[in-house]
Ligand binder design. Structure first.
Ligand SMILES: [Fe+2]
Ligand SMILES: [Fe+2]
Length: 172
């Protein structure tokens, strides 16, 4: 059984994951209309993953005697100055999500809810992975700068990154 405090904290995270999914969907659309298919596909996949993160939390809350709350979401940014800016935003957002998960883990310990604490370890590991991927992409983008040819190759290569991360994040 979840305490009210834990239920509220988990519901807050459900919203964070739902907003992440929307943010990445908006990034996917922007990349697609800019003609970068590889980046768009990568972002569509990221958006799907965030929805999976949200659903995992929804199921957990409902199974543990709580009621998952599906709330209104903030509208994401839909345009970006550059791909560099877009990936900077992606990285910053993942760091924000990691902080949010850390806070949740902290609350679970305060509440002595070890079942929730155990459940959250999957998210802790996931955030390490997501931050690492975002950092790798950002490093590549910084190397490319304004080089059009570099961006073309990057767009082609990011597809492989999608495959690798999708395999690593396959739901158990
Ligand atoms: Fe997530
Ligand atoms: Fe994420």
């Amino acid at each position: 059984m979840l305490s009210k405090t834990i239920e509220e904290a988990l519901n807050k995270q459900i919203r964070v994951e739902a907003e992440s999914s929307q943010i990445y969907l908006a990034m996917a659309c922007w990349a697609e209309v800019k003609g970068l298919e590889g980046v768009a596909n990568f972002m569509f996949a990221q958006s799907d993953e965030e929805r999976e993160h949200m659903l995992k939390l929804v199921k957990f809350v409902n199974e543990r005697g709580g009621h998952a709350k599906i709330s209104q979401l903030n509208a994401p940014n839909v345009t970006f100055k550059s791909f560099k800016e877009m990936f900077e935003k992606l990285f910053e957002h993942e760091v924000f999500v990691s902080q949010s998960i850390n806070e949740l883990v902290h609350i679970s310990l305060q509440e002595k809810d070890y079942a929730t604490h155990n459940f959250l370890q999957w998210y802790v590991a996931e955030q390490i992975e997501e931050e690492a991927v975002a950092r790798t992409i950002l490093d590549k983008i910084n190397m490319i700068g304004d080089d059009k040819g570099g961006l073309y190759l990057f767009d082609r290569d990011i597809e492989n990154l999608t495959v690798t991360t999708a395999a690593m994040n396959a739901p158990e």
